[in-house]
Design a protein around this ligand. Structure first.
Ligand SMILES: *Cc1c(COP(=O)(O)O)cnc(C)c1O
Length: 453
């Protein structure tokens, strides 16, 4: 076919009324131009001719996959709490409350009992205290903000000793030394990377010390010849020198995960019982709620935090509070948590159920992708968001190996792109020359099969 037979953009625009109605003339014109550029290249290389309808279809796919803004995707990466994919999925009860609060006026800072002004944190604080046994609690934008606010409140212009084994970096540029500096504190490194003792802290303490801090090394483990100072030991020291002990738990959990046959992740209750005066943790990691950071602990300390002007800059909005409240309510009945909280539902999902999905889907995809080896394989899912990196959960998935280009990198990347360009993009991962989908978070085969037309 000659290049002169390639239809004009104007001709295609006449046939694209539906697309223009939903995306606007400008974006459709751009998408058609891009598709036509590719089409011309393909023709030069001996590619097949396309009909007008096919060109317009390609433009539609282009528009759908290149649109900016958030959209739903299907997370088959094998990492349940994927920071780049938005971490926790909210339960229906939280979504209902958010919608109700968003659509109308609400009692955000209004006390319905007295008719006087209320505090926005009060909606959450009582529940956090009831669940964790803390005296008081406050909520900010995320756990990074919680750590900053605590440091800035108690150690502005002062020193904070932290074990060299706990100077963590969490993905997305959260590093304890940098957060310290920006919070106005001076980090005093204590001990060695693998071993830190109580006497190391004792030596580091001076009248310049603002607080003692323990950071849960959530995304790595130091193994071998190691020693860390326990919270209980540090708490004894903190009491002696009359300074607060703060524990940054990261993915703080509110129930012992072992009751669901999952690996243990330190709980907020355990940290408080071990003597932490304040505990900071994320709302959207294992807790399974909206992005937020919770600080729980001693009443007098929480009052000082709330009096810090930075609290106002880091506070959360009504939608976050609405969702967080609904999620925390679910923790009042831990037995039914896996039924109601999506994060826990996916983490505790029966492997037989995942295997059944894998069997059905591999048959469908096997015929949809004839030039690929499609096989069901055992996998290990990760909790994600830094939690328990070494403790994986057995899962089942599908591996694709392109047969034409002998599993070339390019062929695998192209397959990954095809899944990503579906109307509801499917995100997998490439590993060892294969494209892999972990089906732990696939609700039904239809979610993928229904998209293959
Ligand atoms: C994840 C994490 C943070 C940051 O929490 P965000 O809610 O992502 O801001 C801080 N400290 C530790 C130990 C973490 O694991």
């Amino acid at each position: 076919m000659e290049l002169s037979k390639v239809p004009s953009v104007d001709r295609l625009l006449i046939e694209s009324k539906e697309l223009i109605a939903s995306h606007g003339r400008g974006p459709v014109t751009e998408a058609l131009r891009e598709v036509l550029d590719d089409y011309r290249d393909s023709l030069k290389n001996g590619g097949a001719a396309m009909s007008l309808a096919q060109i317009i279809d390609s433009a539609a796919v282009h528009l759908a996959s290149h649109s900016l803004g958030l959209k739903r995707v299907i997370n088959l990466t094998g990492t349940v709490l994927h920071t780049n994919l938005g971490r926790a999925i909210l339960p229906p009860s939280a979504i209902e409350t958010m919608v109700e609060v968003a659509a109308g006026v609400c009692n955000l800072e209004f006390d319905l009992q007295t008719g006087a002004r209320g505090k926005r944190d009060d909606h959450i604080a009582a529940l956090v205290c009831r669940i964790t046994g803390a005296e008081a609690a406050t909520v900010v934008n995320n756990n990074a903000a919680a750590v900053m606010l605590v440091l800035n409140t108690f150690a502005l212009g002062k020193q904070v000793p932290v074990s060299r084994g706990e100077l963590v970096e969490i993905g997305g540029s959260f590093r304890i030394p940098e957060i310290m500096a920006r919070s106005g504190c001076e980090l005093v490194e204590v001990g060695a990377t693998n071993r830190t003792h109580l006497k190391d802290y004792e030596v580091a303490i001076s009248d310049q010390t603002g607080l003692l801090m323990k950071v849960h090394t959530s995304n790595y483990q130091i193994q071998g010849f190691t020693h860390a100072v326990t919270e209980a030991e540090l708490s004894g020291l903190a009491t002696r020198i009359q300074l607060p002990l703060v524990t940054d738990l990261g993915s703080g959990m509110l129930v012992d995960l072992r009751r669901y046959n999952l690996p243990y992740e330190p709980t907020v209750q355990a940290a408080l019982e071990a003597g932490a005066d304040l505990v900071t943790f994320s709302g959207d990691k294992l807790l399974g709620g909206p992005q937020s950071g919770i600080i729980a602990g001693r009443q007098d300390l929480i009052e000082q935090i709330n009096a810090n002007p930075l609290k106002r800059a880091l506070r959360v909005d009504k939608l976050t509070l609405a969702a967080l409240h609904s999620v925390l309510e679910l923790y009042l009945d831990p037995d039914s948590l896996p039924q109601h909280l999506p994060t826990l539902h996916y983490l505790t999902r029966d492997i037989e159920e995942i295997a059944a999905l894998a069997g059905q889907l591999s048959a469908i995809l096997g015929s949809a992708l004839p030039d690929h080896d499609v096989s069901v394989i055992p996998l290990e899912s990760q909790i994600g968001s830094g939690a328990l990196p070494l403790n994986t959960i057995p899962s089942v998935g599908i591996a694709f190996t392109p047969t034409v280009a002998k599993g070339s990198d390019q062929a695998i990347t192209m397959l990954a792109n095809r899944f990503r360009e579906l109307p509801t993009p499917v995100i997998g991962r490439i590993h060892d020359g294969r494209f892999i989908l972990d089906l732990r978070m696939l609700d039904s085969v239809e979610d993928i099969a229904g998209q293959l037309t």
